[in-house]
Design a protein around this ligand. Sequence first.
Ligand SMILES: C[S@@+](CC[C@H](N)C(=O)[O-])C[C@H]1O[C@@H](n2cnc3c(N)ncnc32)[C@H](O)[C@@H]1O
Length: 292
Amino acid sequence: MSADKVFHSRSAGIPSEGVKDQYADGKAARAWNKFIGDSNERTQNYKDFLIGLLRKNGCERILDIACGTGIDSMMLVDEGFKLVSVDASDKMLKHALKARWDKRKDHKYDEWIIEEANWETLPRDINSFLPGTLFDAVICLGNSFAHLLDEHGDQRVQKMCLRNFAQCLKPGGILFIDHRNYDAMIDSGATPGHSIYYNCKYPVDIKTSVLVVGGTPELVALDYCIDTTTDGEDSERSEFRLCYYPHKLKSFTEMLDEAFDNNASHEIYADFKPLDQVRVPAFYIHVMKKHT
Ligand SMILES: C[S@@+](CC[C@H](N)C(=O)[O-])C[C@H]1O[C@@H](n2cnc3c(N)ncnc32)[C@H](O)[C@@H]1O
């Protein structure tokens, strides 16, 4: 980027102050909904991995802290888990609330709780509608945590949020949290167009920009272009930008351990497989088990 160009870290229409909701213009939320499809379009690897580990650990009550349009939560409700789903973006929650309304005749969905909450105040937010509730598992998936940028340069807000996540778990409870392989993205300057989570039926192009400040990569911007023109009347070319903090595997692993007082078991998977089985994964998934 030449020096006389201005770098915009958000799509046009997203305010620079107030709640840092990168989906606030509604357009990204709509496009995201198309990108991920419905819960039937979740990849089998993802379903087997998440549902397998939840069942193996006897988890029943799950808190989805980045529920977005509700897709992961619905997959779990369908499998019989009890879900509390929260997100900071009302534009994303609008899709989740509509999905719950559409399922109102399906009794599995009677107890699905959807509320607004922010990671920065998560235990307090949850306590306001479910006093004293702790969860068997907390999930923060789909590269969600990287939405939280580092305004102070010392990751203090990210660290606080990770502690908040740990606080929402019962003793022995499990946190599932992931991030893209930013180590590889920084090296190559590219992002895989396919997702390990979704079977997106549209052509997707993702342009990657890495912002380096003082020699340190501080932000990765992804420009998504999703071509739905094959959908007839409902068609559009959706373009939106999302910005992420580029978590490196080593430093994220350490930050996560600290959030659990270096007292939790910590397993890391590459694209849902053991680390040594995937040479350059698209995602790393961390599974933390809180001490009992
Ligand atoms: C990429 S979406 C993922 C949603 C869903 N898990 C999926 O895979 O489709 C990330 C979500 O994280 C939410 N988010 C970002 N920062 C947040 C915060 N500080 N508190 C709560 N939610 C937040 C966004 O609003 C967005 O809905």
